[in-house]
Design a protein around this ligand. Structure first.
Ligand SMILES: [Zn+2]
Length: 179
């Protein structure tokens, strides 16, 4: 959930939607008239992992977020922390959320997720260990790669590309309609 910016984080003046000339032409953004701070609203990078369990016959772990309605199982995701590389960040997230230790990481691709103003950096993570979910996750399931159904949104496209690269034709499933 993102929060609206009402006041300048630099000087606490109320922000205004103001058009100004930028390199790409005139653009209206939330700006501070006192100190010229600009709310650029750049997309946030989100890390995602297709977790292959090396000690469970290569089964892929998908998890259901406790906060989600329905029974959607998805990749392990998380935000980068300051001072870590994307690889360190996704290995940390996999450990925090599943207790699995990542042995190897390979970039699958970078995916657009405009609905959430995010950009998804997706990895294939080979991991092992005892599974213990964080409280954020309600349950997990292990899938053979060929049984995973891809969803038509950010991380679903990453799964489809990963399957295709392994010679598996992706199967698609429609997401439930959002309220
Ligand atoms: Zn200001």
């Amino acid at each position: 959930m993102s929060h609206a910016f009402n006041y300048c984080p630099n000087c606490a003046t109320e922000l205004q939607m103001l058009a100004r000339m930028e390199d790409g032409g005139e653009k209206a953004r939330l700006r501070c008239v006192a100190c010229e701070w600009t709310h650029w609203n750049n997309p946030t990078p989100v890390l995602a992992a297709i977790v292959e369990c090396a000690d469970r016959d290569g089964m892929v772990l998908l998890a259901r977020n406790a906060a989600w309605p329905g029974r959607m199982f998805a990749l392990i995701t998380g935000f980068m922390e300051a001072g870590e590389t994307p690889e360190e960040g996704i290995a940390r997230e996999v450990k925090e959320e599943t207790n699995l230790t990542v042995d190897a990481l390979k970039l699958v691709g970078v995916y657009d997720f405009q609905r959430m103003n995010q950009i998804i950096v997706a990895y294939h993570a080979v991991a092992r260990g005892e599974i213990a979910l964080s409280p954020e996750l309600a349950e997990y399931r292990l899938y053979r790669p060929e049984d995973i159904k891809c969803w038509r949104a950010g991380t679903g496209y990453a799964v489809a590309d990963w399957l295709t690269a392994r010679g598996i034709e992706p199967q698609w499933v429609d997401l439930p309609a959002r309220p």
